[in-house]
Structure formats: C-alpha cells, structure tokens
Design a binder for this molecule. Structure first.
Ligand SMILES: *Cc1c(COP(=O)(O)O)cnc(C)c1O
Length: 489
C-alpha cells in the first residue's frame, strides 16, 4: 500500500510514498502528513479468524493488512518487544470496573505509559530501516513527560539513530524526569531547558527550522525524522489494541461477535483516538468513540460545535499534563479521511494564518456520527479516582477523565472500553491527593503511601529509578541548545 498527503501535493515531493519513506520522512507537502491510500478490512470475518490469536499474531495480521514494505522477519522481531511487557501472554489486559465498563490497560510496558504500545515496535522498525539504507537519523523530541522516556527507551543503543530529548526543567514529574536522565546510552542526549513546556517546544521548532542547523546536519550526513504521532508509524501500531480489546470482550463472553461497543479515549494529539477511528472504519463494531479531555477542551469545542479556535485560549496546566495540548495534530487525518485534501488544506491554512477554523453543519454532523466529546475539571477527576479506589481499582488522572464520558456519553445500552494511558505510579502525588493526602508532593512518598494504603504494588522499573545513577545533568538556557546539540552530534 502507498501513503498519500493530507494537504495535496506541491509538485516537489512524491505524490505517493511507501510506508518506509513515510516513517523516515514524515512531513508531506504544504506541512501536511501521510495517510494510507485506503484502509484494510478488519470485519467480523477477520475478527472471528483472530478470536484466539495472541496479541503479536493479531498485530502481524493488522500490519500485513496495510500491506507495508517492511519484511515479515523485521515485523516479527519488532513485535517481540511486547514480550517484555508485564504479561508476555497479553500485553493489554482488560479490567472490569462496572458491569458494562472495562479498562484496557495500555501501560504495561517499560515506561509505564501508553506511548510504549506504539513506540516500542515502531522504534525497532525505524532503526532497522535506517540501518538497511545505511542512513543516519536524528530524532528530536520536546516532551512534557511521557513521550521523552518512551522515545529514549525504544531507540537506546540502536545503530544509525541518535535521539535528543528536551524537557522543561521542573515541568515534569520526578518519575518522568528520572526515566529520562538515568537513561544510559551513547546515542541518547537529554537536555533540561529553563522554561515551561511551550518554551521547550518552541525552541525545538525554531531549531528544526533554522538553516544553520540544517546545514550542520547535512555536513554531518544526518537526516531528521520524528517520533511523535504525526509519524504514521506510530498510528499503525495504535489500531491494533482497539481490535485486541474488542476481542478480549468477546473472549470473556461480555459481548457477542459483531455487537457494538463504545470506546473512551483520553485525548491530546488524537493519535489514540485516530487508531480507534481507523479500526472502526475498517469494520470493528464500534458505536462511537468518546473523546475525553481536561480543561484544555478544544477537542470538545471542535466535536460539539465544529469550532477550532486557538485565539481565545491559553494552555492551562492540569493534573493530566499529557493532555495539556491545544494543537491536536491528528485531527488533520480525520478531516482528510472525511472531507479530502482540498478541504483539509483550507482548514489547516486557516489555522496557521488566523489561528482558528470552523466547519459547516454537514461536516459537524459527519464528525458527530463517529465521535462525542466531553471534558473534566481536575477535581472531578480526583473524585473519580477516589470513587474507584474505594472499589479497589486505582487509576491515573488521564484515565480518570474518561469516567465522565462513560457516565454522560454512552447513550445506548452497550459495553464500554475505557483506555488507560498511564500507570498511577507516573502521577502518584495527584492520586495521593485524590485519596485525601494533599500534603504529599514527592513521588517517592506518594508511591509509598499509596502502596501502604491500597491494594496496588509498584513495578521494579519505578522502584529502581530512585537509586539509579543520573547520566544527563545538562540544563541550559534556550539560546544554548543549538551549541549543546552540535557537541552531542
Ligand atoms: C500521550 C498521552 C495521552 C494522549 O494521547 P494522544 O494519542 O496524544 O491523544 C493521554 N494520556 C497519556 C498518559 C499520554 O501519555
């Protein structure tokens, strides 16, 4: 299968590219991104065939459904990364928290957040492709917490790949910072930046746009790639667990094959939700995808009113920081899928020049046929965390945003799958506060208290972090990042 551009073709880039090119050079004409030319079919026949398949067998079938130009041996090797998840027999277990509500836990990988689901196998595939072509790539990431650790973890010690990860000093949790600064490998560089996440991200954007920096990279024979969810290589691995979760419900006799379900997705850049949308379009029996946000609720506005307006908004810091996002990159792929390249370019150009766009009534109706949306304040999330903790289930604040969608937006009497995107250990002070311990602010103390007062344990990779040697100590002013990068390269 070939991949095409969301904003049409500028006559300079190729009109269609293979999967390998789309993941190595993920930016398309006019600032657009790549999407599959058409979608495979994952209907009830496919589902029935895979009713008893292991996650990796299902994954291989889904990847092969997209008919990508990566050989089977490489894909199988990449999927072996799931063997290092908590339960190699099932990397994504489902927990029943209500008679009709199930939590699909996407956080059982090495960095305890759902980014591992895609980044683990994707990192392997990208590195192998770079090695095969004998090309060198630099992957740069600005992170507010979860993308950084997962990107470092997947690429560590991979030949032909270097990763530089920028984080706002003081802007991440202790666990997230330690996951990055203790990561020891020659090909990784972690740089703390004085400033907040916006400063960090803007610095990265400026660096990536600077001719100076591009020339330096070219002279060193290094190409740039990206590992965020604009890269379709992330999205392809994010369709699999939606199908797996559905099959889990069939296997547990909770639904009959073919019965519709609701999916509830805590959303930021909309990669997770897009994976669900593609699965639905391919034939997975999904009634609707319910989008959950925090008070940075621009997705709620977009889905309810068709308005995407950045002019009236400032980013608000919340207790679900991985969803503190205003420019949600993957809605572009939804808009393309529904309304085509001309319209996508029009809306994305409006967003770039006027900082907003609005859709027509018909377009809004089309979006609402697949999605509903709602958002929660921090104190509502804390209330849900407390409620479910009482019943014996500990959830993180991102997952907690889903519970309002579950209560409010499941109009029909159908089963619901809620996606849990992080383990509670990554956001333990918030969970402790929800459980009445507002004075515990340190991660170590919060983790200890929660373990002593509930039924959960914390995994070795979290407990061991606090004693690990710190490998990256560089914290710089924004102006000094370029110099720091060149030293690393
Ligand atoms: C990245 C992330 C999200 C948002 O996922 P998107 O695919 O960007 O919508 C939600 N929760 C957690 C914990 C995350 O790390």
């Amino acid at each position: 299968m070939q991949f095409i551009e969301t904003r049409g073709n500028d006559g300079k880039k190729a009109e269609k590219v293979n999967f390998s090119e789309a993941i190595l050079s993920p930016s398309a004409s006019y600032g657009g991104i790549y999407v599959p030319e058409f979608l495979p079919v994952f209907d009830t026949e496919f589902l029935t065939l895979h009713l008893d398949s292991h996650y990796k067998t299902l994954a291989l079938a889904v990847l092969q459904g997209f008919d990508i130009d990566i050989d089977e041996a490489t894909l199988k090797e990449a999927l072996k990364r799931y063997d290092d998840f908590d339960d190699p027999s099932n990397p994504v277990p489902l927990s029943k928290i209500e008679d009709d509500c199930f939590v699909a836990e996407l956080y059982h990988g090495p960095t305890r957040a759902f980014k591992d689901m895609a980044l683990q196998p994707f990192g392997y595939v990208l590195a192998k492709e770079a090695q095969k072509r004998n090309e060198n790539y630099l992957i740069m990431a600005a992170t507010s917490g979860d993308t950084g650790p997962a990107t470092l973890e997947t690429f560590k010690n991979q030949d032909n790949i270097k990763v530089a990860c920028l984080y706002p000093d003081g802007g991440t949790s202790d666990v997230q910072r330690l996951q990055m600064v203790t990561e020891a490998a020659e090909n990784l560089k972690v740089i703390g930046v004085h400033g907040n996440f916006d400063d960090t991200q803007n610095t990265l954007k400026a660096l990536l746009a600077s001719d100076d920096f591009k020339d330096e990279l070219a002279s060193r024979n290094i190409k740039l790639s990206a590992a965020n969810s604009v890269n379709f290589g992330r999205i392809i691995f994010q369709t699999i667990y939606h199908i797996h979760s559905y099959l889990e419900l069939v296997r547990k006799n909770e639904i009959k094959m073919g019965e519709n379900v609701y999916l509830v997705v805590p959303s930021g850049n909309f990669g997770n939700a897009l994976g669900g949308f593609y699965a639905k379009e391919a034939g997975l029996p999904v009634e609707k995808i319910l989008i959950s946000s925090n008070v940075n609720n621009i997705l709620t506005d977009w889905i309810e009113n068709g308005e995407y307006d950045l002019t009236t908004r400032d980013l608000i810091k919340t207790e679900s920081p991985a969803m503190d996002i205003l420019k949600s990159s993957n809605i572009e792929r939804i808009i393309f899928h529904k309304f085509g390249a001309v319209r996508t370019k029009e809306l994305m150009d409006a967003l770039a020049t006027e900082n907003k766009f609005s859709m027509t009534k018909e377009e809004i109706a089309s979006i609402q046929a697949d999605f509903s949306a709602t958002y929660s304040e921090d104190d509502q999330c804390e209330a849900y965390i407390a409620k479910y903790a009482k019943e014996g289930y500990i959830m993180d604040p991102h997952t907690a945003t889903c519970m309002k969608s579950y209560e409010k937006d499941t109009v029909k009497d159908l089963k619901t799958i809620v996606y849990s995107t992080a383990e509670w250990t990554k956001f333990s002070p918030t969970v402790a506060r929800a459980l009445g311990q507002a004075d515990i602010t340190e991660d170590t103390a919060a983790i200890e208290w929660i373990k002593n007062n509930t039924n959960v344990t914390s995994p070795e990779m979290i407990d061991g972090l606090f004693a690990k040697e710190i490998k990256h100590t560089v914290i710089v002013e924004k102006e000094d990042i370029q110099k720091e990068m060149l030293t690393f390269l």
